[in-house]
Design a protein around this ligand. Sequence first.
Ligand code: FAD
Length: 474
Amino acid sequence: MTTLVWFRQDLRIEDNPALTEAAKRGRVLPVFILEDPAHSGESHPFGGASRWWLHHSLAALKSDLPGLVLLRGSARHLVPELAKQHAVDAVYWNRCYEPHAVERDTDLKAALKEDGFEVKSFKASLLFEPWELETKSGGPFKVYSPFWKTAQQHQVPLPVPTPKTIDCVSVDDGDALADLGLLPTKPNWAAGWDDLWRPGAKGARQRLATFLEDELEGYGNLRNRPDLPNVSRLSPHLHFGDISPRQVWHATQHAMDADGGLAKDGQKFLSELAWREFSYHLLYHFPGLPADNWRPAFDAYPWRDAPEDLVRWQKGETGYPIVDAGMRELWQTGYMHNRVRMIVASFLVKHLRLHWHHGEAWFRDTLLDADLANNSASWQWVTGSGADAAPYFRIFNPITQGEKFDPEGSYTRRWVPELKDLETKYLFAPFDAPRSVLENAGVTLGETYPKPIVSHSSARQAALEGYEAVKQAG
Ligand code: FAD
Protein backbone atom coordinates (compact mmCIF):
# COMPACT_ATOMS: atom_id res chain seq x y z
CA MET A 1 0.00 0.00 0.00
CA THR A 2 1.26 3.48 -0.82
CA THR A 3 0.28 6.71 0.92
CA LEU A 4 0.84 10.19 -0.41
CA VAL A 5 1.76 12.45 2.52
CA TRP A 6 1.16 16.08 1.70
CA PHE A 7 3.44 18.32 3.80
CA ARG A 8 2.30 21.89 4.44
CA GLN A 9 2.95 23.60 7.78
CA ASP A 10 4.41 20.48 9.38
CA LEU A 11 7.93 20.43 7.98
CA ARG A 12 9.32 17.75 10.29
CA ILE A 13 9.42 13.99 10.62
CA GLU A 14 8.98 14.04 14.43
CA ASP A 15 5.48 14.20 15.89
CA ASN A 16 4.03 14.10 12.41
CA PRO A 17 0.94 11.88 12.63
CA ALA A 18 0.22 11.90 8.88
CA LEU A 19 3.73 10.60 8.20
CA THR A 20 3.77 8.13 11.09
CA GLU A 21 0.44 6.60 10.06
CA ALA A 22 1.47 6.48 6.41
CA ALA A 23 4.77 4.76 7.24
CA LYS A 24 2.83 2.09 9.18
CA ARG A 25 0.73 1.33 6.10
CA GLY A 26 3.63 0.78 3.70
CA ARG A 27 5.33 2.95 1.11
CA VAL A 28 5.25 6.73 1.33
CA LEU A 29 5.19 9.44 -1.32
CA PRO A 30 6.07 12.66 0.58
CA VAL A 31 5.18 15.82 -1.32
CA PHE A 32 5.39 19.57 -0.73
CA ILE A 33 3.58 21.89 -3.15
CA LEU A 34 4.38 25.58 -3.40
CA GLU A 35 1.10 27.20 -4.37
CA ASP A 36 0.84 30.76 -5.53
CA PRO A 37 -2.16 32.73 -4.28
CA ALA A 38 -3.91 32.36 -7.65
CA HIS A 39 -3.98 28.61 -7.01
CA SER A 40 -4.49 28.55 -3.27
CA GLY A 41 -7.15 31.27 -3.08
CA GLU A 42 -5.07 32.88 -0.34
CA SER A 43 -6.20 36.46 0.24
CA HIS A 44 -3.28 37.35 2.52
CA PRO A 45 -0.14 35.89 0.92
CA PHE A 46 3.11 35.83 2.87
CA GLY A 47 6.12 37.89 2.03
CA GLY A 48 9.82 37.61 1.48
CA ALA A 49 10.85 36.82 5.04
CA SER A 50 8.50 33.83 5.26
CA ARG A 51 9.72 32.57 1.91
CA TRP A 52 13.33 32.70 3.14
CA TRP A 53 12.41 30.59 6.16
CA LEU A 54 10.39 28.17 4.07
CA HIS A 55 13.36 27.57 1.75
CA HIS A 56 15.62 26.62 4.63
CA SER A 57 12.99 24.62 6.42
CA LEU A 58 12.38 22.60 3.25
CA ALA A 59 16.12 22.09 2.84
CA ALA A 60 16.26 20.69 6.38
CA LEU A 61 13.26 18.42 5.78
CA LYS A 62 14.74 17.19 2.52
CA SER A 63 17.90 16.20 4.33
CA ASP A 64 15.83 14.22 6.89
CA LEU A 65 13.56 12.83 4.18
CA PRO A 66 15.48 12.66 0.87
CA GLY A 67 12.46 11.21 -0.94
CA LEU A 68 10.52 14.47 -0.50
CA VAL A 69 9.12 15.66 -3.83
CA LEU A 70 8.94 19.44 -4.31
CA LEU A 71 6.45 20.89 -6.77
CA ARG A 72 4.95 24.21 -7.81
CA GLY A 73 1.36 24.64 -8.87
CA SER A 74 -2.15 23.93 -7.74
CA ALA A 75 -2.56 21.32 -5.01
CA ARG A 76 -6.13 20.72 -6.16
CA HIS A 77 -4.69 19.39 -9.42
CA LEU A 78 -1.31 18.04 -8.41
CA VAL A 79 -2.35 15.88 -5.45
CA PRO A 80 -4.87 13.74 -7.40
CA GLU A 81 -2.57 13.65 -10.43
CA LEU A 82 0.40 12.38 -8.43
CA ALA A 83 -1.75 9.93 -6.53
CA LYS A 84 -2.96 8.40 -9.82
CA GLN A 85 0.51 8.40 -11.43
CA HIS A 86 2.21 6.60 -8.57
CA ALA A 87 -0.37 3.96 -7.70
CA VAL A 88 -1.17 5.58 -4.38
CA ASP A 89 -4.24 4.33 -2.54
CA ALA A 90 -4.38 6.81 0.35
CA VAL A 91 -3.67 10.51 0.88
CA TYR A 92 -2.82 11.85 4.35
CA TRP A 93 -2.10 15.33 5.63
CA ASN A 94 -1.98 17.30 8.86
CA ARG A 95 -4.63 19.98 9.16
CA CYS A 96 -4.23 23.69 8.39
CA TYR A 97 -6.73 26.24 9.64
CA GLU A 98 -6.51 29.34 7.44
CA PRO A 99 -9.87 29.90 5.72
CA HIS A 100 -8.49 29.31 2.20
CA ALA A 101 -6.77 26.12 3.36
CA VAL A 102 -9.91 24.78 5.02
CA GLU A 103 -11.88 25.39 1.82
CA ARG A 104 -9.22 23.87 -0.44
CA ASP A 105 -8.73 20.82 1.79
CA THR A 106 -12.46 20.21 2.11
CA ASP A 107 -12.87 20.28 -1.69
CA LEU A 108 -9.84 18.09 -2.24
CA LYS A 109 -10.90 15.55 0.36
CA ALA A 110 -14.30 15.17 -1.29
CA ALA A 111 -12.79 14.87 -4.78
CA LEU A 112 -10.20 12.29 -3.71
CA LYS A 113 -12.77 10.22 -1.87
CA GLU A 114 -14.96 10.29 -4.93
CA ASP A 115 -12.01 8.89 -6.90
CA GLY A 116 -11.76 6.03 -4.43
CA PHE A 117 -8.77 7.16 -2.32
CA GLU A 118 -8.66 6.79 1.41
CA VAL A 119 -8.17 10.32 2.79
CA LYS A 120 -7.24 11.17 6.36
CA SER A 121 -6.28 14.40 8.07
CA PHE A 122 -4.64 14.72 11.50
CA LYS A 123 -4.08 17.20 14.32
CA ALA A 124 -0.44 18.25 14.38
CA SER A 125 -0.15 22.04 14.39
CA LEU A 126 -2.31 22.81 17.39
CA LEU A 127 -2.69 21.46 20.92
CA PHE A 128 -6.48 21.62 20.63
CA GLU A 129 -8.59 21.55 17.51
CA PRO A 130 -10.62 24.77 17.28
CA TRP A 131 -13.80 22.74 17.73
CA GLU A 132 -12.50 20.75 20.73
CA LEU A 133 -12.85 23.58 23.23
CA GLU A 134 -16.26 25.14 23.77
CA THR A 135 -17.82 27.59 26.18
CA LYS A 136 -20.27 26.25 28.75
CA SER A 137 -23.14 27.24 26.48
CA GLY A 138 -21.57 25.39 23.57
CA GLY A 139 -20.14 28.09 21.30
CA PRO A 140 -16.63 29.30 20.48
CA PHE A 141 -14.66 31.35 23.01
CA LYS A 142 -14.35 35.09 22.49
CA VAL A 143 -12.35 35.78 25.63
CA TYR A 144 -8.89 34.36 26.34
CA SER A 145 -9.09 33.70 30.13
CA PRO A 146 -11.95 31.17 30.06
CA PHE A 147 -10.40 29.64 26.93
CA TRP A 148 -7.13 29.04 28.78
CA LYS A 149 -8.95 27.81 31.89
CA THR A 150 -10.84 25.27 29.81
CA ALA A 151 -7.71 24.29 27.87
CA GLN A 152 -5.94 23.43 31.13
CA GLN A 153 -8.68 20.93 31.94
CA HIS A 154 -7.77 18.96 28.80
CA GLN A 155 -4.83 16.61 28.36
CA VAL A 156 -2.32 17.50 25.66
CA PRO A 157 -1.58 14.22 23.87
CA LEU A 158 2.03 13.03 23.75
CA PRO A 159 3.94 13.51 20.49
CA VAL A 160 3.51 10.53 18.15
CA PRO A 161 6.55 8.31 17.60
CA THR A 162 8.88 9.08 14.70
CA PRO A 163 8.77 6.26 12.12
CA LYS A 164 11.82 3.97 12.43
CA THR A 165 12.03 3.60 8.67
CA ILE A 166 10.29 5.47 5.89
CA ASP A 167 10.15 3.56 2.63
CA CYS A 168 9.78 6.31 0.04
CA VAL A 169 8.53 5.81 -3.50
CA SER A 170 11.24 6.84 -5.90
CA VAL A 171 9.99 9.64 -8.13
CA ASP A 172 11.88 11.39 -10.92
CA ASP A 173 9.67 14.41 -11.40
CA GLY A 174 9.69 17.38 -9.07
CA ASP A 175 11.55 20.62 -8.79
CA ALA A 176 14.91 21.36 -7.26
CA LEU A 177 14.55 23.47 -4.12
CA ALA A 178 16.37 26.38 -5.78
CA ASP A 179 13.79 26.35 -8.59
CA LEU A 180 11.03 27.23 -6.14
CA GLY A 181 12.54 30.73 -6.15
CA LEU A 182 12.02 31.31 -2.45
CA LEU A 183 15.27 33.12 -1.72
CA PRO A 184 15.87 36.82 -2.36
CA THR A 185 18.45 37.51 -5.04
CA LYS A 186 18.83 41.11 -6.08
CA PRO A 187 19.46 42.39 -3.52
CA ASN A 188 19.94 39.55 -1.06
CA TRP A 189 18.59 41.41 1.94
CA ALA A 190 18.69 38.23 4.01
CA ALA A 191 22.46 37.77 3.71
CA GLY A 192 23.06 38.01 7.46
CA TRP A 193 20.19 35.78 8.54
CA ASP A 194 22.10 32.51 8.32
CA ASP A 195 23.98 33.61 11.44
CA LEU A 196 20.80 34.53 13.31
CA TRP A 197 18.43 31.69 12.56
CA ARG A 198 18.50 27.96 12.07
CA PRO A 199 15.26 26.94 10.32
CA GLY A 200 14.29 23.27 10.38
CA ALA A 201 13.57 20.62 12.98
CA LYS A 202 17.11 20.35 14.34
CA GLY A 203 17.36 24.12 14.77
CA ALA A 204 13.98 24.15 16.50
CA ARG A 205 14.96 21.38 18.92
CA GLN A 206 18.19 23.18 19.77
CA ARG A 207 16.41 26.51 20.24
CA LEU A 208 13.88 24.89 22.57
CA ALA A 209 16.60 23.11 24.55
CA THR A 210 18.60 26.32 25.02
CA PHE A 211 15.49 28.23 26.00
CA LEU A 212 14.44 25.66 28.58
CA GLU A 213 17.93 25.36 30.01
CA ASP A 214 19.07 28.98 30.07
CA GLU A 215 16.23 31.39 29.35
CA LEU A 216 12.99 30.07 30.84
CA GLU A 217 14.00 31.01 34.35
CA GLY A 218 12.58 34.50 34.89
CA TYR A 219 10.42 34.33 31.73
CA GLY A 220 7.33 35.55 33.62
CA ASN A 221 8.83 39.01 34.20
CA LEU A 222 11.69 39.18 31.76
CA ARG A 223 9.64 38.24 28.69
CA ASN A 224 8.71 41.91 28.53
CA ARG A 225 12.31 43.06 28.23
CA PRO A 226 13.50 43.32 24.63
CA ASP A 227 17.05 43.92 25.89
CA LEU A 228 17.20 40.46 27.50
CA PRO A 229 17.24 36.97 25.95
CA ASN A 230 14.30 35.53 27.93
CA VAL A 231 11.91 34.62 25.12
CA SER A 232 12.01 31.43 23.09
CA ARG A 233 12.09 32.81 19.51
CA LEU A 234 10.29 29.64 18.50
CA SER A 235 7.54 31.47 16.59
CA PRO A 236 8.82 30.90 13.02
CA HIS A 237 9.60 27.26 13.88
CA LEU A 238 6.04 26.85 15.15
CA HIS A 239 4.54 28.60 12.14
CA PHE A 240 6.20 26.29 9.63
CA GLY A 241 5.94 23.25 11.85
CA ASP A 242 9.68 22.64 12.30
CA ILE A 243 8.50 21.66 15.74
CA SER A 244 5.02 20.89 17.03
CA PRO A 245 3.31 22.68 19.90
CA ARG A 246 2.92 19.25 21.56
CA GLN A 247 6.70 18.80 21.54
CA VAL A 248 7.13 22.26 23.04
CA TRP A 249 4.40 21.66 25.62
CA HIS A 250 5.74 18.33 26.85
CA ALA A 251 9.38 19.42 26.85
CA THR A 252 8.37 22.42 28.99
CA GLN A 253 6.37 20.21 31.36
CA HIS A 254 9.39 17.92 31.62
CA ALA A 255 11.67 20.87 32.48
CA MET A 256 9.14 22.03 35.10
CA ASP A 257 8.95 18.52 36.60
CA ALA A 258 12.73 18.29 36.76
CA ASP A 259 13.15 21.70 38.42
CA GLY A 260 10.30 22.84 40.66
CA GLY A 261 11.75 26.37 40.60
CA LEU A 262 10.64 26.71 36.98
CA ALA A 263 6.96 26.02 37.70
CA LYS A 264 5.74 29.62 37.57
CA ASP A 265 7.78 30.68 34.56
CA GLY A 266 6.94 27.44 32.76
CA GLN A 267 3.25 27.97 33.37
CA LYS A 268 3.48 31.50 32.02
CA PHE A 269 5.25 30.22 28.90
CA LEU A 270 2.54 27.59 28.34
CA SER A 271 -0.09 30.29 28.70
CA GLU A 272 1.61 32.24 25.89
CA LEU A 273 1.54 29.14 23.70
CA ALA A 274 -2.17 29.10 24.47
CA TRP A 275 -2.50 32.61 22.97
CA ARG A 276 -1.45 31.00 19.71
CA GLU A 277 -4.18 28.41 20.20
CA PHE A 278 -6.68 31.17 20.96
CA SER A 279 -5.76 33.05 17.76
CA TYR A 280 -6.38 29.91 15.72
CA HIS A 281 -9.62 29.30 17.58
CA LEU A 282 -10.76 32.82 16.62
CA LEU A 283 -9.62 32.54 13.01
CA TYR A 284 -11.36 29.21 12.55
CA HIS A 285 -14.64 30.38 14.01
CA PHE A 286 -14.47 33.94 12.61
CA PRO A 287 -12.77 33.56 9.23
CA GLY A 288 -13.27 37.27 8.48
CA LEU A 289 -10.68 38.10 11.19
CA PRO A 290 -7.83 39.07 8.78
CA ALA A 291 -10.00 41.56 6.91
CA ASP A 292 -12.94 42.71 9.00
CA ASN A 293 -13.06 44.52 12.30
CA TRP A 294 -14.21 41.93 14.78
CA ARG A 295 -16.11 44.77 16.46
CA PRO A 296 -17.98 46.36 13.54
CA ALA A 297 -18.25 49.67 15.41
CA PHE A 298 -14.59 50.19 14.39
CA ASP A 299 -15.75 50.58 10.78
CA ALA A 300 -16.70 54.10 11.89
CA TYR A 301 -13.17 55.05 12.99
CA PRO A 302 -11.87 58.02 10.94
CA TRP A 303 -8.55 56.51 9.81
CA ARG A 304 -6.05 58.86 8.19
CA ASP A 305 -4.67 58.39 4.73
CA ALA A 306 -1.01 59.38 5.04
CA PRO A 307 1.31 57.21 2.93
CA GLU A 308 4.43 59.22 3.89
CA ASP A 309 3.78 58.57 7.57
CA LEU A 310 3.37 54.87 6.86
CA VAL A 311 6.76 54.81 5.13
CA ARG A 312 8.40 56.59 8.06
CA TRP A 313 6.91 54.00 10.40
CA GLN A 314 8.03 51.13 8.17
CA LYS A 315 11.58 52.49 7.93
CA GLY A 316 11.88 53.23 11.64
CA GLU A 317 12.09 57.00 11.18
CA THR A 318 9.30 58.23 13.44
CA GLY A 319 11.57 60.11 15.82
CA TYR A 320 10.41 57.92 18.72
CA PRO A 321 13.46 55.75 19.45
CA ILE A 322 11.73 52.67 20.89
CA VAL A 323 9.38 52.56 17.88
CA ASP A 324 12.25 53.03 15.45
CA ALA A 325 14.33 50.39 17.22
CA GLY A 326 11.55 47.83 16.80
CA MET A 327 10.91 48.61 13.16
CA ARG A 328 14.60 48.39 12.36
CA GLU A 329 15.01 45.15 14.32
CA LEU A 330 12.18 43.75 12.21
CA TRP A 331 13.71 44.84 8.91
CA GLN A 332 17.19 43.64 9.77
CA THR A 333 16.38 40.33 11.48
CA GLY A 334 12.85 39.30 10.43
CA TYR A 335 11.80 39.34 14.09
CA MET A 336 10.58 41.83 16.65
CA HIS A 337 10.17 41.30 20.36
CA ASN A 338 6.53 40.99 21.49
CA ARG A 339 6.59 44.02 23.81
CA VAL A 340 7.96 46.17 21.01
CA ARG A 341 5.41 44.74 18.54
CA MET A 342 2.73 46.06 20.87
CA ILE A 343 4.40 49.47 21.10
CA VAL A 344 4.93 49.93 17.35
CA ALA A 345 1.45 48.62 16.53
CA SER A 346 -0.17 50.96 19.03
CA PHE A 347 1.86 53.82 17.58
CA LEU A 348 0.62 53.07 14.06
CA VAL A 349 -3.06 52.80 14.90
CA LYS A 350 -3.27 55.38 17.67
CA HIS A 351 -0.52 57.99 17.25
CA LEU A 352 -0.63 57.93 13.45
CA ARG A 353 -4.26 56.81 13.13
CA LEU A 354 -3.42 54.57 10.19
CA HIS A 355 -5.60 51.49 9.64
CA TRP A 356 -4.35 48.28 11.25
CA HIS A 357 -4.51 46.64 7.80
CA HIS A 358 -1.34 48.58 6.88
CA GLY A 359 0.47 47.21 9.89
CA GLU A 360 -0.83 43.68 9.37
CA ALA A 361 0.38 43.75 5.76
CA TRP A 362 3.83 45.08 6.65
CA PHE A 363 4.30 42.50 9.37
CA ARG A 364 3.09 39.76 7.04
CA ASP A 365 5.70 40.80 4.52
CA THR A 366 8.63 41.22 6.88
CA LEU A 367 8.17 38.81 9.82
CA LEU A 368 9.73 35.37 9.64
CA ASP A 369 6.93 34.16 11.90
CA ALA A 370 4.16 35.90 9.89
CA ASP A 371 1.08 33.89 10.72
CA LEU A 372 -2.43 34.73 9.57
CA ALA A 373 -4.07 33.77 12.87
CA ASN A 374 -1.57 35.37 15.26
CA ASN A 375 -0.98 38.44 13.15
CA SER A 376 -4.63 39.31 12.51
CA ALA A 377 -5.70 38.55 16.06
CA SER A 378 -2.81 40.57 17.51
CA TRP A 379 -3.38 43.61 15.28
CA GLN A 380 -7.05 43.63 16.18
CA TRP A 381 -6.12 43.16 19.84
CA VAL A 382 -3.83 46.21 19.83
CA THR A 383 -6.33 48.29 17.86
CA GLY A 384 -9.13 47.48 20.26
CA SER A 385 -11.31 46.18 17.44
CA GLY A 386 -10.70 42.51 18.28
CA ALA A 387 -12.04 39.82 20.56
CA ASP A 388 -10.96 40.36 24.16
CA ALA A 389 -8.90 43.33 22.98
CA ALA A 390 -6.96 46.05 24.75
CA PRO A 391 -9.33 49.03 25.03
CA TYR A 392 -8.70 51.66 22.35
CA PHE A 393 -8.43 54.44 24.93
CA ARG A 394 -5.42 52.73 26.55
CA ILE A 395 -2.75 54.42 24.47
CA PHE A 396 0.84 53.33 24.97
CA ASN A 397 3.20 56.18 25.70
CA PRO A 398 6.28 55.35 23.61
CA ILE A 399 8.52 57.31 25.96
CA THR A 400 7.55 55.65 29.23
CA GLN A 401 7.30 52.22 27.53
CA GLY A 402 10.93 52.61 26.45
CA GLU A 403 12.01 53.72 29.92
CA LYS A 404 10.20 50.85 31.59
CA PHE A 405 11.07 47.96 29.31
CA ASP A 406 14.52 48.97 28.03
CA PRO A 407 15.73 50.59 31.25
CA GLU A 408 19.39 50.85 30.30
CA GLY A 409 18.61 51.61 26.67
CA SER A 410 20.77 48.81 25.28
CA TYR A 411 18.07 47.47 22.93
CA THR A 412 17.31 50.94 21.57
CA ARG A 413 20.97 51.89 21.15
CA ARG A 414 21.63 48.64 19.30
CA TRP A 415 19.01 49.31 16.63
CA VAL A 416 19.24 53.11 16.57
CA PRO A 417 23.00 53.51 16.71
CA GLU A 418 22.90 57.21 15.88
CA LEU A 419 21.65 57.69 19.46
CA LYS A 420 24.21 55.42 21.07
CA ASP A 421 25.95 58.22 22.96
CA LEU A 422 22.77 59.87 24.23
CA GLU A 423 22.18 59.77 27.99
CA THR A 424 19.57 57.18 28.96
CA LYS A 425 17.55 59.94 30.63
CA TYR A 426 16.82 61.45 27.19
CA LEU A 427 17.14 58.36 25.01
CA PHE A 428 13.41 57.78 24.59
CA ALA A 429 12.57 61.46 24.04
CA PRO A 430 15.60 63.09 22.38
CA PHE A 431 13.35 66.01 21.41
CA ASP A 432 13.19 66.96 25.10
CA ALA A 433 16.96 66.91 25.60
CA PRO A 434 18.80 70.20 26.15
CA ARG A 435 20.82 71.27 23.13
CA SER A 436 24.13 70.68 24.97
CA VAL A 437 23.15 67.07 25.73
CA LEU A 438 22.36 66.46 22.07
CA GLU A 439 25.59 68.12 20.99
CA ASN A 440 27.63 66.00 23.37
CA ALA A 441 26.01 62.87 21.91
CA GLY A 442 26.60 64.03 18.33
CA VAL A 443 22.85 64.19 17.65
CA THR A 444 21.25 66.85 15.46
CA LEU A 445 17.50 66.36 15.29
CA GLY A 446 16.21 66.51 11.75
CA GLU A 447 19.68 65.61 10.44
CA THR A 448 21.29 62.67 12.23
CA TYR A 449 18.00 61.47 13.72
CA PRO A 450 14.41 62.45 12.76
CA LYS A 451 12.32 64.96 14.60
CA PRO A 452 9.19 63.34 16.07
CA ILE A 453 6.54 62.64 13.46
CA VAL A 454 3.79 63.71 15.89
CA SER A 455 3.68 65.07 19.40
CA HIS A 456 2.65 62.38 21.85
CA SER A 457 0.08 64.48 23.70
CA SER A 458 -1.68 65.91 20.65
CA ALA A 459 -1.63 62.54 18.86
CA ARG A 460 -3.16 60.96 21.93
CA GLN A 461 -5.87 63.60 22.02
CA ALA A 462 -6.66 63.15 18.31
CA ALA A 463 -6.85 59.36 18.73
CA LEU A 464 -9.33 59.71 21.55
CA GLU A 465 -11.43 62.13 19.51
CA GLY A 466 -11.47 59.60 16.65
CA TYR A 467 -12.63 56.96 19.09
CA GLU A 468 -15.77 58.98 19.79
CA ALA A 469 -17.07 57.85 16.36
CA VAL A 470 -16.60 54.21 17.40
CA LYS A 471 -18.40 54.81 20.67
CA GLN A 472 -21.32 56.37 18.85
CA ALA A 473 -21.46 53.51 16.32
CA GLY A 474 -21.12 50.80 18.95
P1 FAD B 1 7.56 33.49 23.35
O1 FAD B 1 7.30 34.53 24.37
O2 FAD B 1 8.72 32.62 23.55
O3 FAD B 1 6.22 32.63 23.22
C1 FAD B 1 6.21 31.26 22.80
C2 FAD B 1 5.22 31.08 21.68
O4 FAD B 1 3.90 31.39 22.12
C3 FAD B 1 5.46 31.98 20.48
O5 FAD B 1 6.43 31.43 19.63
C4 FAD B 1 4.08 32.05 19.85
O6 FAD B 1 3.81 30.93 19.05
C5 FAD B 1 3.17 32.02 21.06
N1 FAD B 1 2.83 33.40 21.46
C6 FAD B 1 3.49 34.19 22.33
N2 FAD B 1 2.85 35.37 22.48
C7 FAD B 1 1.78 35.32 21.67
C8 FAD B 1 0.72 36.24 21.37
N3 FAD B 1 0.62 37.43 21.95
N4 FAD B 1 -0.22 35.86 20.47
C9 FAD B 1 -0.17 34.65 19.88
N5 FAD B 1 0.81 33.73 20.13
C10 FAD B 1 1.77 34.07 21.00
N6 FAD B 1 3.08 35.96 16.47
C11 FAD B 1 3.29 35.14 15.44
O7 FAD B 1 3.66 33.98 15.64
N7 FAD B 1 3.09 35.56 14.15
C12 FAD B 1 2.68 36.83 13.86
O8 FAD B 1 2.48 37.16 12.68
C13 FAD B 1 2.49 37.72 14.95
N8 FAD B 1 2.11 39.01 14.73
C14 FAD B 1 1.94 39.86 15.80
C15 FAD B 1 1.55 41.18 15.55
C16 FAD B 1 1.38 42.07 16.62
C17 FAD B 1 0.92 43.48 16.35
C18 FAD B 1 1.63 41.63 17.94
C19 FAD B 1 1.47 42.57 19.09
C20 FAD B 1 2.00 40.31 18.19
C21 FAD B 1 2.16 39.42 17.13
N9 FAD B 1 2.53 38.06 17.35
C22 FAD B 1 2.70 37.23 16.28
C23 FAD B 1 2.56 37.51 18.72
C24 FAD B 1 3.91 37.54 19.44
O9 FAD B 1 4.48 38.82 19.35
C25 FAD B 1 4.90 36.52 18.89
O10 FAD B 1 4.29 35.24 18.82
C26 FAD B 1 6.13 36.41 19.79
O11 FAD B 1 6.75 37.66 19.92
C27 FAD B 1 7.10 35.42 19.18
O12 FAD B 1 8.29 35.42 19.90
P2 FAD B 1 8.72 34.18 20.79
O13 FAD B 1 8.59 32.92 20.00
O14 FAD B 1 10.07 34.50 21.32
O15 FAD B 1 7.61 34.22 21.92
